[in-house]
Write a protein that binds this ligand. Structure first.
Ligand code: NAD
Length: 470
């Protein structure tokens, strides 16, 4: 190898490098610096400043990776992250304060408290669809809880990942917060190490890889996964508003490439013509007659995902079922909003999470049938119902199991910071957002305080008959 070649050769991030990184950060964590309120607050402020100072670069990177409309970036990536930071800055002192709790008569006299303590060194592995928010929201939660963090952003959105790496390196305390860029090899090297928590957002297949690796070290995991999120539409709703809210949660979220996007609709056979008309009218109002040219729709992230979605559309079982859209441009990786009517349950599009702009509409005779239909599949991350019927709403809330439910809208539950955000069953485990993010990276240490008073002889041998009778 010539000297020139060896100079330009990139340093490999292998298990050995990962091991020294972990060793270094663990030693640094041992200094205790991350535990102080001051360090946590300064790092949250600095991370927020890093994002706000580099807003233009972030918008450009997301435009390059996903053609994400700038407004979507500002609202869902930067705005939501800003809200998380502001809440932490407002509440952290309170969250960090040990909670006094009642004690038992059996320990009298005593006092007790729950002391929140950082877990240690955590690994955050993030996906490509909201690469800023889904990287930085867990990172800032981990920092607020006083941990050292390594972030591994997705290789599928390289422009955004490199902005993330750059701003974290430039602004954050390098002794405790790092970014490792890379794909499967780098993640595998990281997963071989011992962490105090792994926070993974992505698909269930890799979720299983993460959990298997974590099991080796008894490391706890949060798995923020996906699933097929249903939206049930009753015939008694404000149809225009319902249609617009479905559009906003589906195509207005990264063109359907969002974990909480409605994956399919269920409505009655009788009502479906009206619902389809409303969706078509409102879609045209949002994206015009030629949505492939719309600047307000993200593109498909990669040619692999484009091919995956094309396969769902080209399935024989879907032929003749497209009632709106269906246009594609492979060169530009664009797919128009597409509605499919009554595709069979064994079609490819109903067999996996769609994660793109295709929306099957399934019809039933009676709306109540939707509950069995939803419950016959894996538990989704979110489930939506549009109805003004109090009884049906209650039935839905009681009987549908999902990470979260939302009545008469889509996706907005995730901006409510008093609600935990996370999945159940196949859609994941563990939750975050608001105080739940702090809790996700905190050990709640139980502490009981006793004095030397009240030392009853009852607990000590010999266990005499008198003692046993008591
Ligand atoms: P992705 O391909 O970017 O993968 C996520 C992360 O896993 C990346 O950092 C990637 O490098 C890593 N990874 C990929 N293959 C790996 C392997 N073999 N070993 C170790 N690590 C590996 O993103 P994705 O999985 O395509 O993301 C989409 C999925 O994420 C969807 O299922 C979606 O529903 C889900 N999601 C869930 C949430 C949530 O909050 N619950 C949010 C967004 C996305």
């Amino acid at each position: 190898m010539s000297g020139e070649d060896s100079k330009t050769q990139k340093k490999v991030f292998d298990a050995e490098t990962a091991s020294s990184l972990v060793k270094e950060l663990r030693e640094n964590f041992g200094s205790g610096r991350t535990r102080s309120y001051e360090w946590r607050v300064s790092q949250v402020k600095v991370l927020l400043k890093a994002v706000l100072d580099n807003e233009e670069q972030i918008i450009d990177a997301l435009r390059s990776d996903l053609a994400k409309p700038p407004l979507e970036t500002v609202v869902y990536e930067i705005g939501m992250f800003k809200n998380s930071c502001e809440l932490i800055l407002k509440e952290l002192k309170h969250w960090m304060t040990p909670e006094k709790v009642k004690t038992s008569i059996r320990t009298f006299p005593s006092s007790a408290e729950i002391v929140p303590e950082p877990l240690g060194l955590v690994l955050v592995i993030s996906p490509w669809n909201y690469p800023i928010l889904l990287s930085l929201d867990p990172v800032v939660g981990a920092i607020a809880a006083g941990n050292a963090v390594v972030l591994k952003p997705s290789e599928i959105t390289p422009a955004t990942s490199s902005v993330l790496a750059k701003i974290i390196e430039e602004y954050m305390d390098h002794s405790f917060v790092r970014v490792v860029q890379g794909a499967v090899d780098e993640t595998t090297a990281l997963l071989q190490q011992k962490w105090d928590k792994i926070f993974y957002t992505g698909n269930g297949k890799v979720g299983r890889i993460v959990m298997t690796a974590a099991a080796k070290h008894l490391t706890p995991v949060a798995l923020e996964l996906g699933g097929k999120c249903p939206a049930v539409v009753d015939s008694n709703v404000n149809l225009k508003v319902a249609a617009r809210r479905i559009i906003s949660g589906k195509w207005g979220l990264n063109n359907g490439q969002a974990c909480v996007s409605p994956d399919y609709i269920i409505t009655t056979k009788e009502y479906v013509p009206k619902l389809l008309d409303a969706l078509k009218t409102e879609l045209e109002a949002c994206y015009g007659k030629n949505p492939l040219e719309s600047e307000d729709l993200s593109r498909i992230v990669s040619s692999n995902h484009f091919a995956r979605l094309s396969k769902l559309l080209n399935d024989d079982k879907v032929s003749g079922k497209i009632v709106y859209g269906g246009e594609k441009d492979e060169n530009k990786l664009r797919i128009a909003p597409t509605i499919l009517l009554d595709v069979p349950q064994d079609s490819l599009v109903m067999g996996e999470e769609i994660f793109g702009p295709l929306l099957p509409v399934i019809t039933v005779n009676k709306l109540e049938e939707s509950l069995d239909l939803i419950n016959s599949g894996e538990k989704p991350l979110a489930a939506y119902v549009f109805t003004t019927d109090k009884k049906f709403k209650e039935q839905f809330v009681k009987n549908v199991s999902a990470g979260g439910l939302l009545v008469n809208d889509t996706s907005l539950h995730l901006v409510v910071e008093t609600l935990p955000f996370g999945g159940v069953g196949e859609s994941g485990m563990g939750a975050y957002h608001g105080k739940f993010s702090f809790d996700a990276f905190t050990h709640k240490k139980a502490v009981l305080y006793r004095s030397f008073a009240g030392d009853s002889s009852l607990r000590y041998p010999p266990y005499t008959d008198t003692k046993q009778r008591l």
